[in-house]
Structures are given as structure tokens and as C-alpha cells.
Design a protein around this ligand. Structure first.
Ligand code: MRU
Length: 367
């Protein structure tokens, strides 16, 4: 997507130097720093400390981390070390394990001398595939938005609500939940997006709002508690969110607070869609609540917020008493029964094992 007049991906390899670059997302929207990741440690830190975040981008970054490591040391031991160090960075997003497995499967079969070049080629392919996958998610999601728009009276807009940032910043480009929004905008459909601020890290306030503003998509930033009220008043036509891990049975693990939106959507008859690349499906897991590890992050993310003061200086401020510790579960699980549909690159699946297997029949032997 464009930032000003320049087209960016969220991660890329500099054509002249071969360096791996990212947008350091910690400081958006008040600053737009580009960081170069060099050592394995740099890649692990960028994922763990959320310079990059969002399930698909976490996977893509890990793939490049393996490639950098292979350039330095293409031995089996170095490959195993890269896998282990990167895998330990964040526990919930399954794209991390998926991308590391993809890399290891390709590299472990090759002689050491060929590994670095193959690793960079594979990491680039993972990124390119992600872009095309997300474009296709947008094509299928657009069909749903079109159907909703067709039922509107002249002059009425389609109101979407999204949680966290499942935008181009969370993927390599397009985003998952935002891809249908960008494509609806291009198609001339009158949409408006309610953006949940998404405490504690404020991915909605800082990232999704920035994306919407950059693309000229009409939107409002709302507090996390406003969604239910807006749904009761008929001001939300569709909820669309991303996911960090989807079970083989259609349960969805996404940013904390997603479950509450799904409950409110069900109570108000609002369709609740989840947009996901198939790399986010964990075919080994059937029960999201019992089996998906939920990341617990530092309580400081709850007790402190980042923003810009009236003098224009961006800083962290503490919002709670010194003696109050923050509790910070980062994800929750929305059971499949609350999900209307799973928008994938192959089309929209009903949230069930059969629904997913209809779209991904090659998984019938393993799921
Ligand atoms: O903690 P984050 O910012 O990595 O969490 C991101 C989300 O929860 C996204 O909704 C999810 O990764 C899907 S991104 C297409």
C-alpha cells in the first residue's frame, strides 16, 4: 500500500544492498522509522518486541531471519538454532511455526553451499505468496460487502467494524480484514469503518486508523467498549477481523476482545466474519480453548500508553497507580459457533471441519 506516493510492503529486501528492512511499527502513527534487521537476534527482537506484528508478517520476518542466519552459517546446527530462537519469540500466531517449517523443509535437503541463496528465495516467495493470498481474500470479502451494499437504500453506507490491525501492516501487503475494505473502496462502494482502539497496544488506534486515513477510507476510532452499543443501534452491518490461529474445526484465536465482539454480533444478528490466509489454520488443533497457547505480555503494556502530547512529543505515560500491576492476556478464542464465515484465499468457508476441508481437500488425510 502507499504511504504518501511511495508503495511500501511491510518487509522487503533492499535491491542494492540485500539488507532486510521493516517498518518499525512501534512508533506509528507519530513516526515512520525504517529499521534494518541484521543478526538473528535483531529478527527475534523485532518479533518479540512487536516492531513487526500480525500473524502473517511475523511468519515472513522469521523466514528472512532464517535466511540471514544461513548467510552467516549454513550448518544444520545454525538452522536448528534459528528455528528455536525465532520460534520462542511469540507463542500464539501459528504462521510463525508455519513459516519456519517451510524454511526448514526446503533448506534441510540442500547442501550447505546452496542454503543461503535458497533461503532468501524461499523467504521472498513466502512474501509474494502472502501478497497474492491477501489480494484473493479481498476479492472474496468484497463479494460479501457487495451483497450487503445491494440491500442498502440509496445514500446509505455499509458500516464495517474491525478489531486490532489485520491490515497491510500485519501482513506483507493488502492485509486480511482490510483487503476487502481496500477493494470495496476501489469498487466505489460507500463504506465506513468503525476501528476498535484495541487496548492495550492500541493496534486499532495507531495502525488501522493510520491505514484507513492513508487510503482515504471513511472511519471513526472507537473505544473497545463501543461496538456492542453500535450493533444494538443497527450501526454495524458486518464485523470483520483477522486471526492468529484458526483450528481445524473453525475456532478463531485473535487479539484480546475479539470474543466479546463476536458475542455482541451474535446477540444483534450482525454477521461476524474472519479473514485468514490458509497459513493461519493449525490443522493439528481441534479445540481452540483447550489447545491454543495464549500469550501473556508485560503488564506495562496495560499500565502505560504511548501517544503524542500537545507539544507534539511522542512518549509513554502511566495511567494507573504505581502499586497496581497490569494483567495482559494478548489473545482470546472465539468458538466456531459464533463465526459466520471464514474468508480465505480460496473462498468463504463455513466455520467447521467439513467447511474448511471442502475448501482445502488436500488436508483430508491429515486433519
Ligand atoms: O499482537 P499482534 O498485533 O501481533 O496481534 C495481531 C492480531 O491479533 C491480528 O488480528 C492477527 O495477527 C491477524 S493479522 C492479519
Amino acid at each position: 500500500m502507499k504511504v504518501g506516493d511511495v508503495h511500501y510492503r511491510s518487509i522487503w529486501r533492499d535491491a542494492a544492498t540485500g539488507e532486510v528492512r521493516i517498518i518499525d511499527q512501534r512508533w506509528l502513527p507519530h513516526d515512520f522509522p525504517i529499521a534494518t534487521l541484521e543478526s538473528l537476534d535483531d529478527f527475534a527482537t523485532a518479533i518479540r518486541d512487536m516492531w513487526v506484528r500480525g500473524a502473517p508478517l511475523i511468519g515472513a520476518t522469521a523466514a528472512y531471519g532464517v535466511a540471514r542466519q544461513m548467510e552467516r552459517d549454513p550448518s544444520d546446527a545454525a538452522l536448528a538454532e534459528a528455528y528455536e530462537v525465532l520460534h520462542a519469540t511469540r507463542p500464539t500466531a501459528i504462521n510463525l511455526r508455519w513459516a519456519l517449517d517451510e524454511m526448514r523443509n526446503v533448506l534441510s535437503r540442500l547442501p550447505e553451499a546452496d542454503r543461503a541463496e535458497a533461503a532468501f528465495a524461499k523467504a521472498a516467495a513466502i512474501c509474494d505468496d502472502d501478497v497474492e493470498t491477501n489480494r484473493m481474500i479481498g476479492v472474496h470479502g468484497l463479494d460479501i460487502i457487495r451483497e450487503i451494499a445491494a440491500k442498502k437504500k440509496p445514500g446509505e453506507r455499509v458500516n464495517l467494524l474491525t478489531h486490532c490491525n489485520a491490515g497491510w501492516l500485519a501482513t506483507v501487503d493488502w492485509g486480511t480484514a482490510t483487503s476487502p475494505m481496500y477493494q470495496a473502496m476501489e469498487a466505489g462502494i460507500d463504506i465506513h469503518v468503525w476501528v476498535d482502539e484495541t487496548r492495550p497496544r492500541n493496534q486499532g488506534a495507531q495502525l488501522t486508523s493510520w491505514e484507513m486515513a492513508g487510503a482515504g477510507i471513511p472511519h471513526h476510532l472507537i473505544v473497545d467498549n463501543a461496538g456492542g452499543h453500535l450493533m444494538q443501534r443497527g450501526e454495524v452491518d458486518m464485523v470483520i477481523v483477522g486471526t492468529d490461529r484458526t483450528t481445524a474445526t473453525g475456532d478463531v484465536c485473535n487479539k484480546i476482545g475479539t470474543y466479546l465482539k463476536a458475542l455482541a454480533a451474535r446477540d444483534n444478528g450482525v454477521p461476524f466474519y474472519v479473514a485468514l490466509p490458509s497459513s493461519t489454520i493449525d490443522w493439528t488443533v481441534s479445540d481452540g480453548l483447550a489447545e491454543i497457547p495464549i500469550e501473556e505480555r508485560d503488564g506495562r503494556e496495560v499500565t502505560h500508553v504511548y501517544g503524542r502530547d500537545e507539544d507534539g512529543t511522542a512518549r509513554f505515560v502511566q495511567i494507573s497507580p504505581d502499586a497496581t500491576p497490569g494483567g495482559n492476556p494478548a489473545f482470546d478464542v472465539t468458538p466456531a459457533r459464533l463465526v459466520t464465515g471464514l474468508i480465505t484465499e480460496r473462498g468463504v468457508a463455513t466455520p467447521s471441519r467439513e467447511g474448511l476441508l471442502d475448501l482445502f481437500p488436500e488436508r483430508r488425510s491429515t486433519a
